[in-house]
Design a protein around this ligand. Structure first.
Ligand code: EPU
Length: 455
C-alpha cells in the first residue's frame, strides 16, 4: 500500500497538489464575502463531455482547483487542446485531434482521481478503445466501479483486466441498453449518459441519480445535440445520435463549497456572504441549517449565512442521494453541531466509512461517538455490515487547538473549520488535498478575516 500511496502523492504533486500545512489562530468569527464558481462535480464531467463533440466547447466558470488540472492533463494526453478563454474561468476544449494516450501518461496525470473511468464511453466512440489505469491497487477492480463496468458491458463493451489497469473495447459498436442501477450512483449515471448519447438506439436508465450537477450535464449534452429526457421515478431515456457538436455553457455553482462556507460561518459564530450560491439547489441544506438555528438571507447574487447569536440546536440528519441531504455536506456541518446544545445524530447512508474525520474532532474536545447501527431513521444498506456509519454528537463542547492531518477533501475542510473555531493555535497538515475542490481557499480565509499562515 505504501508504494501505491507514494505514486498517488507523486501524481498529485505533478498537478500542483502539495502537502502544505496551515497554522491557524482560532476563535475568530469568519466575516465577509467570498465567491463560489462552477461545481467541481460538474466541471470535471463537462470537460470529459467535450470529448464527444466534433467541434470546440467553451466551458465558463471553471474554478482553479487541482481536480480540474488533473482532468485537463488527462484530456491533453488524449490530444484535446485545452486553452483559456477571454474571461477568467473560461476553458476552451478542442477535441478535433483525439488520440490514444500512453498508459504511462494517463497514470502520471490521474493521481487518485476517479474521473478517468468516465473517459470510457467518449473514448470508445472516438477511438474504439479506452485504457483505464489502475490508480491505486485496491481502488480499482470490480468493486468501486462495478456499476460502471456492468453498464458498459450492457452497451456492448468488452472489458479486459490487465495488470496495469483495464482495457475496454467495443468490437461490435455500442448499442442502447436497458440498465437499472443497483443504487442511484452519480458516477455510474454520468457513465451511462456519456456513453448512451452516441450509442445506436435508445437507452433506458432506471434508478438514476438526479443531482443538479447531473441535470447540468444533461443540459450540456442537449446543447451538443443529444436527445435525453428525464422521466418520473429516476428514469432517464436517451436516444442515441450519430454526432455531437461542441457546447458553450456556464457551470452550475458549487453547492458543496457554498455549504462548507455556511458551516464555517456557523461554527465560528460568523457571518459569511457566499456570492454565486443559489437557493434552488440548496433547499435541503437550508432547511437543516435553519433547524440548527443558523440564519440565512437569500439575495439575487448569493446567500448570506450567519450565526443567530444564541445557542444552536441539535438535529437528526440522514444523508442521501438528491433531493436528500448530501453526504458532502455532513462533514463540515458536524463541526457546527459540536457547538449545538444537545444530541445530534448523523446517519450516513451514501458512503460506508465517512466518519474517520471525527477522530481529530474528538481529539480537539468534541464529544462524538460513531456506531454501526442505523441511528435516527430508516435502516440503510450498511446497517447489517459492520460499518461505523452513524454518529452521535453531544454538545456544546469548546474545541481546543490541535495538530491535525487532512484525511480527505470534505473531512479536511471540516478540520479547517474546527481549527478556525478552536481557541489557540492549530496546525492542519496536508491541506493540498483541500485545493482539490476549494478554489483559492486561503485567499477566501483572508477575505473573511481569519488569522493564519500557510507554509
Ligand atoms: N458505488 C458502487 N459501485 C460503483 C459506483 C458507486 O458500489 O460502481 C457506490 C459507492 O461506493 C457509494 C455509492 O455507490 O457508496 C455512491 O457513489 P457515487 O457513484 O454516487 O459517487 P461518485 O460518483 O463516485 C460523486 C462525487 C462525490 C459525492 C458522490 C455522492 C464526483 C467527482 N464525486 O462521487 O463527491 O460524494 O457523488 O453525491 O462527482 C466530493 O466532492 O468530495 C465527493 C466525494
Amino acid at each position: 500500500m505504501n508504494s501505491l500511496v507514494t505514486d498517488a502523492q507523486k501524481a498529485g504533486e505533478r498537478v500542483g497538489l502539495t502537502f502544505d500545512r496551515i497554522t491557524i489562530e482560532g476563535g475568530v468569527p469568519l466575516r465577509g464575502r467570498i465567491e463560489v464558481r462552477g461545481a467541481k462535480n460538474l466541471v470535471t464531467k463537462a470537460m470529459v463531455a467535450s470529448l464527444l463533440g466534433e467541434t470546440s466547447s467553451l466551458l465558463r466558470g471553471v474554478p482553479d482547483i487541482s481536480d480540474v488540472r488533473v482532468v485537463r492533463g488527462l484530456l491533453e494526453v488524449h490530444g484535446v487542446k485545452v486553452t483559456e478563454g477571454t474571461e477568467p474561468g473560461d476553458l476552451i476544449l478542442d477535441p478535433s485531434n483525439v488520440v490514444t494516450a500512453h498508459m504511462a501518461d494517463i497514470d502520471a496525470h490521474a493521481g487518485s482521481s476517479r474521473i478517468p473511468i468516465l473517459f470510457c464511453g467518449p473514448l470508445l466512440h472516438q477511438l474504439g478503445e479506452a485504457f483505464i489505469p489502475d490508480l491505486g491497487g485496491c481502488r480499482i477492480g470490480d468493486r468501486p466501479i462495478d456499476f460502471h463496468l456492468d453498464a458498459l458491458r450492457q452497451f456492448g463493451a468488452v472489458v479486459d483486466k490487465l495488470p496495469s489497469g483495464i482495457r475496454i473495447t467495443a468490437p461490435n459498436g455500442l448499442h442502447g441498453a436497458n440498465i437499472e442501477l443497483p443504487y442511484p450512483s452519480v458516477g455510474a449515471t454520468e457513465q451511462v449518459l456519456l456513453t448512451a448519447t452516441r450509442a445506436e438506439g435508445i437507452t433506458e436508465l432506471r434508478n438514476a441519480a438526479i443531482e443538479p450537477e447531473i441535470m447540468d450535464l444533461i443540459a450540456i449534452l442537449q446543447k451538443m445535440g443529444a436527445i435525453i429526457s428525464v422521466e418520473p421515478n429516476r428514469v432517464i431515456l436517451i436516444e442515441g445520435v450519430e454526432k455531437l457538436e461542441g457546447y458553450t455553457h456556464r457551470a452550475i455553482f458549487d453547492r458543496n463549497e457554498a455549504a462548507s462556507w455556511a458551516s464555517a460561518a456557523l461554527a465560528t459564530g460568523g457571518d459569511v456572504f457566499v456570492g454565486g450560491a443559489k437557493q434552488e439547489h440548496m433547499m435541503t441544506f437550508l432547511n437543516i441549517f435553519r433547524k440548527v438555528g443558523g440564519k440565512f438571507d437569500i439575495y439575487e447574487d448569493g446567500i448570506r449565512f450567519y450565526h443567530p447569536g444564541c445557542a444552536l440546536k441539535p438535529v437528526v440528519i440522514e444523508t442521501d442521494v438528491h433531493p436528500g441531504f448530501m453526504t458532502d455536506w455532513q462533514q463540515p456541518l458536524v463541526v457546527a453541531l459540536t457547538q449545538a446544545t444537545g444530541l445530534s445524530i448523523v446517519h450516513e447512508t451514501v458512503y460506508e466509512n465517512r466518519f474517520g474525520f471525527t477522530d481529530a474532532l474528538v481529539g480537539m474536545g468534541a464529544n462524538i461517538q460513531v456506531y454501526k447501527e442505523c441511528l435516527g431513521g430508516r435502516p440503510c444498506r450498511f446497517g447489517q455490515r459492520n460499518f461505523l456509519h452513524s454518529a452521535v454528537i453531544s454538545g456544546p463542547t469548546p474545541l481546543e487547538a490541535a495538530e491535525i492531518e487532512v484525511p480527505d477533501l470534505r473531512g479536511g475542510f471540516s478540520h479547517l473549520i474546527a481549527a478556525l473555531a478552536a481557541k489557540g493555535t492549530s496546525t492542519v497538515r496536508g491541506i493540498g488535498l483541500i485545493d482539490r475542490g476549494y478554489e483559492h481557499f486561503t485567499d477566501k480565509l483572508t477575505a473573511l478575516g481569519a488569522e493564519f499562515s500557510r507554509d
